[in-house]
Design a protein around this ligand. Sequence first.
Ligand code: G6P
Length: 489
Amino acid sequence: EDAARTRLGGAKLIVVANREPYIHNLRNGAVELMRPAGGLTTALDPVMRACGGTWVAHGSGSADRLSSDARGRVRVPPDDPSYTLRRVWLTPEQENGYYYGFANSSLWPLCHQVYHRPTFDPAHWAAYQEVNDLFAAAVLEEARGGPALVFVQDYHFALLPRLLKRARPDLVVAQFWHIPWPNPETFRVCPWAGELLDGMLGNDLLGFHIQYHCNNFLESVDRTVESRICRERFSVTRGGRTTRVRPFPISVDPDLAAEHLAGDWEAPVAALRRKYNLGDRLLLLGVDRVDYTKGIPERLRAVARLLDLHPGLAGRFHLVQLGAPSRTSLPEYRALTDEIHALAADINERYGTPDWRPVVFVNEHAGPELIYPLYRAAAGCVVSSLHDGMNLVAKEFVTARDDEQGVLVLSEFTGAARELTDAVLVNPFDVDRLANGLLAALTMPPAERQRRMRRMRAQVADHNIYRWAGTMLSEASKLMDHGPRPAAP
Ligand code: G6P
């Protein structure tokens, strides 16, 4: 922690993210630890372990209060305490309006542009403002008594940067937006577009995954709020304060794969093969939260199309789709889960036989101790998002292939497609191209697989999560005000 403080010019590092990296739940009277699914916590936990500091998050587990002190603080990870988790408690009404409401029914579909219409409810907006205020109070308390760099995560906290700066102009505030930023035509339908932009322009530094999202953001600012935009320097000045807007493509920790593949990694794969009667057939693997941005129905329909075009493949492979339940309080997420179950059953009925089911949908939360072995064992991994800021499953898969085999079938509408150009790139809306991608994963010659995988592995090894965090934090800490300079003699 001291080393990190030195790198940050003596400032304390405070990360703010809605999702906590460790969730304590009560199960059959015992406290059970859960690691949530989703790219954000997977990406940032290793950074916090290395840097130390405080992570402020929504305390969402049924045993979270039990496992933290009166302030909501607990040292994590439990087996190797390296940083502080500060939990903020929300009422069911606040969680409903802020998280399910404005964050996930307005901003999530608004920013992803996947033909899923966002809804805007003034009550949700009120809860979103209220929760941003609550987090501001918690952060200001954690930042008391010295310089601090506050690193805000994602679309749950568009208003937080401005609130922090208003109370403590000396804080350095940086934000990373983990999802896409839409074009200005799409963004302008939001009734509170101006307020969101004003909040985000409280940042000293604002990061998106790719340049395209930065451009969209600057154009949204240009059309919505009073400000001066410098396109050469990618910065916005409003009310005398400047926000720099830059791309920082997020990544993963390549060493995690080695950790999870160190022991007998074939055992969990064999257990899964037995459980679902997979024999020793080739595996195509999907790993996602069940979310309508991920293109899971499209992926299943491509399996059917593949079997229409190549009936000889019947009985030779399975698509194993791990689908972690996500945001299930929202009706559209429940409807999607039902749709996937029905589609899988339908395809299995039409194409399967009594001892071969082409699609296996595992609608459960799976941990890295199963996911990494499956990455390693699969013939191919399929990422068919309709729109995705980055997609870290694609990068994790690559880190797991120390055998330099395995084919990545990747939607061209992910941020990852800009870096992993050796993947088999597909348009998930084009069922024939997606089916052909699956075919490539099943039939690509080993030498070509190796050539592609080598290059992708080098890319992720080099552009890893530490580099992401290091670049963004050091750019932010350069903006730190080190007080008045001594007068020249
Ligand atoms: C995406 C978002 C993250 C979020 C994750 C999981 O990656 O950008 O902010 O944490 O999905 O979703 P959840 O709603 O469960 O936190």
